[in-house]
Design a protein around this ligand. Structure first.
Ligand SMILES: [Zn+2]
Length: 283
């Protein structure tokens, strides 16, 4: 029969202050001072070294993306996308305080590349390659940098407003920038919706021989795709509520700042795009 979990006396010298980051990943119960590696609140077993690594200021891999060496790149990519789309709170819970920066960039650049390829294929017009190339140029030169600027700006703002919970060291920006990298997978959902509807529109136009069908479908696709940023907001919002350490008001403002920053960068990039296009026309 195993001994019931015991706790050091509150106020034991240094213990509480040093182990404040040691909390259950399932129920957030404080695990400070336990002699058994099992949460007394929910019964979940825990790995002290794993929790210490997640909370440390040293760069750590992000699960499941960090398992690419063992399960393969695409499986790790798919599982990470799935986690951020459908289980963002659980994903944020186990997110290390200092994720490896290069792995975040690698993940988000794959997401952007896949989205760009999907849009390129679905909008390809063999009889009008000039227009297709112009559209893709705008996407890569204006839209992509504006998405990256939006994420960087947002991570900087979140880092100023909120410390991450369960942190042994005051690491802020790498934590929030890591989360904005991994939640960028929503662009794939956006590109998939736009592409599928665009292709459906072309097929219908080809069958019905109606020139207005493709335009109708494109409008439909863009309207449906507007929902994908909501997926992004939900993922980041839940991560902020799960891991942001601060007052309720401060965390609520941080959640609301996500769409505000997105709209501001969208407006600025649209203006920039308009200026580039009009200057090209004048040349
Ligand atoms: Zn627990």
């Amino acid at each position: 029969m195993s001994e019931p979990p015991t706790r050091c006396e509150p106020g034991s010298p240094g213990t509480i202050a040093q182990d404040r980051w040691l909390r259950c990943l399932s129920c957030d119960y404080s695990l400070t001072g336990l002699t058994e590696d099992r949460c007394p609140e929910c019964g979940s077993p825990f790995d002290r070294e794993h929790l210490a690594a997640l909370a440390s200021g040293d760069p750590q891999p992000v699960s499941p993306w960090g398992d690419a060496d063992t399960i393969g790149l695409w499986r790790a990519f798919g599982r990470t996308c799935w986690a951020t789309w459908f289980h963002p709170r659980a994903f944020a819970k186990t997110f290390p305080v200092n994720p490896r920066a290069e792995s975040g960039w690698y993940f988000s650049l794959i997401a952007y590349a896949l989205a760009t390829i999907m849009i390129a294929v679905s909008t390809l017009q063999l009889d009008n390659l000039g227009d297709t190339l112009e559209f893709m140029g705008v996407l890569v030169v204006v839209a992509l940098p504006s998405v990256i600027a939006c994420e960087t700006l947002l991570a900087g703002l979140l880092a100023r407003m909120l410390k991450p919970t369960r942190a042994r060291k005051a690491v802020r920006y790498p934590f929030w920038r890591g989360l904005t990298h991994f939640t960028s997978s929503y662009v794939i959902v956006w590109a998939a919706v736009v592409s599928v509807v665009a292709i459906a529109g072309r097929v219908t136009q080809w069958v019905l021989l109606s020139p207005t069908t493709e335009i109708t479908f494109m409008a439909l696709g863009q309207s449906a795709a507007v929902l994908s940023p909501l997926l992004w907001w939900r993922a980041l919002g839940l991560a902020i509520l799960e891991r942001g350490k601060g007052s309720t008001i401060r965390r609520a403002i941080a959640v609301l700042a996500v769409p505000v920053i997105a709209v501001v960068t969208l407006v600025l990039s649209t203006v920039l795009c308009f200026l580039i296009v009009t200057s090209c026309v004048h040349i």
